[in-house]
Each structure stands twice: as C-alpha cells, then as structure tokens.
Design a protein around this ligand. Sequence first.
Ligand SMILES: NC(=O)c1ccc[n+]([C@@H]2O[C@H](COP(=O)([O-])OP(=O)(O)OC[C@H]3O[C@@H](n4cnc5c(N)ncnc54)[C@H](OP(=O)(O)O)[C@@H]3O)[C@@H](O)[C@H]2O)c1
Length: 309
Amino acid sequence: MTSSGSDNPAPATVAVVGAGGVGGFFAARAAARADVTVCVRTPFDRLVVHSPDGDLTPAVRITTEPASVGPVDWVLLATKAQQTAAARPWLDALVGPGTVVVVLQNGVRHTERVSPPVPADQVLPAVVYINAEPVRPGEIVHRNYGYAIVPAGDRADQLAAILPGELVRPRADFAVQAWTKLVVNAAVNSVTALTGQRIDVLRRDDVGALALGLMRECVAVARADGVPIDDDLPEFTLRRMRSQPAGAGTSMLYDRLAGRPLEHEALIGTVVRIGAEHGVPTPVCAALTALLAAISDAAPGGGAPGGGA
Ligand SMILES: NC(=O)c1ccc[n+]([C@@H]2O[C@H](COP(=O)([O-])OP(=O)(O)OC[C@H]3O[C@@H](n4cnc5c(N)ncnc54)[C@H](OP(=O)(O)O)[C@@H]3O)[C@@H](O)[C@H]2O)c1
C-alpha cells in the first residue's frame, strides 16, 4: 500500500480486475498517475487502447495469478456483473484494510455484489458511461464517452486524484443516476438480446409498448426503493432510443450473438428481486428475466444442466 506523509509519496497502487472495454480503458488512463496492475483471466502481453485521440500503450503490469498480488490502494472491478463471484480470488488477494473497491458495473446495489468479502464501507459503486469493446485479449477499441459517476464525497475526490479528473463525476444523487441508467438498460438490453435485433426494433409499435410497460415497472420499483425517478423517464427513453441512428447495438445483444452468458440478473432480474422486497408487481420484467436466464444458461459457460423434456 502507498505510504503517506512523505514529501514525494509513492504513486497510488491500483489493480484493475477484468481488462475488457471498461477495465482496459480505466487501466490505461490510471497508468498516467498510478502504479497499475491489470488482473486478467485470459493472458496477454500488452494492453493497447485505441481511442479517438490516439492509441495508448500504458506501462502496466499484467498478471493472471491472484497469488502474485497483494493489497493495493484501489481495486477497479470491471468484470461483467455475473463474473463477480468468479473474480473473488482477486478480491481476497487485493483487498486490505485501507483498500477501496470501485465497482465499475452496470446496475444498482453494487455493494451487495462484493460484500462479503469486501467490507461494505470499503466499496465505491460506480455507473460507467463509455462505448468501448475488446477486439482481442488486451486490445480495446474505445469509441466515445468514458467516465464513471460515483457518489459525491471524499472517496470520489480521492479517486479523481488517481484518474484524469474528467473520468470521475461525483453526484449527490448517485442512486437516481444508477436507477435511471438501469431503467434504460433493463428495457433496451433485454429487448435487443431477446429479439436478436439492434435498437431499431424499438421503433415497432408492439415492441415499443412492451418496453414502455417494462420501464414503468422499473420506475415503480425504484420509487418503492426510495429513489425518485422521473415518471416520464419511460416515454422520454423510448423517444430517445427511436431517434438513435439505425444499427446501434447493446452489450447484452452482443453477448447473446457471441453465445456468451448474459448480464440479465444485474440489468433486469434485480428489478424483479427488489420489486418483490417492496411488494411491487413486475410481471413484464419477470417474464423477460426468465427467458433471458434460459438463453444465458444454455450459452457455453452458462449454468444450466443439459437434457430434460
Ligand atoms: N463496454 C461498454 O461500453 C460498457 C458501457 C457501460 C457500462 N458497461 C458495464 O461495465 C461492466 C464491464 O463491462 P465490459 O464491457 O468492460 O465487459 P467485458 O468487455 O466483457 O470485459 C469483462 C472482462 O472481465 C474479464 N474477466 C471475467 N472474469 C474474470 C476473472 N475471474 N478474473 C479476471 N478477469 C475476468 C473478462 O475476461 P475474458 O477476456 O477472459 O473474458 C473480460 O476481459 C459491465 O457491467 C457493463 O455492463 C460497459
């Protein structure tokens, strides 16, 4: 861990777990100010991020071995949400009493995903806006945006000191931000992944009506959970999605097309779960979650046993 109190303190130590679109981008940007280790499952020799303003080949250490790392100042957890449990050996090795774990994943209730083993007061949830994807292990194409919304406070300010400032956007209304993104993701990711079509599919009257119903359930659950989401978010979102250029996709669509397990639990299943806690009915979300779970479990690396009638 970094010592403090010196005139020339050592740079902060940062471990990025998962070097996909999000992790690769944040690792490359953090390397300008911090001592960065990239913790990966699929090995590669060099991290390269192709950005609109040029290519980055940051000086980072790359490891596949949790036994080769120890506690750091910051962990940036950037796996997909459904990969969090499998990343636990990294958290066990990287988290000490002074470590902060930034959960750079979509959804809400980020702390529950990592706690335990991480003490809840050492977790900083984050909602990421970026368009980036890995084209091969260690090689990321970053197309646009690139920032994390985090709860305002000291931790946010400390994170902004190890990342270029524009990458960290502290918000006092973090829960509203996270739920607002979840409402959009729940509808758009689910509908595109289930239909196997790009977001243009939302221009259909029938699919648009389904998405509206789904988003209204999400808003009702968010409000029951104490988060004041705008009532007109579903209508606003549908108009916005219908005005996007044709051909835009979503991460869950890409995962489905590639035969990978899906992030459905974090992006829509969580709405059903939290709805049940508050007695808010979510029949549309529940139906779509069941179908997405069936698709995900049948993917190579998914969870379902084979066979059956
Ligand atoms: N990409 C975007 O544009 C974007 C935008 C906004 C929000 N998000 C959200 O950000 C989060 C991260 O998404 P992403 O797009 O960066 O995902 P991704 O490109 O699929 O990257 C996830 C990375 O985690 C790695 N990983 C999985 N399990 C691991 C383990 N046990 N140990 C080490 N590495 C492991 C994967 O390695 P392998 O190569 O071995 O599979 C992969 O490189 C998600 O919640 C997503 O919804 C993404």
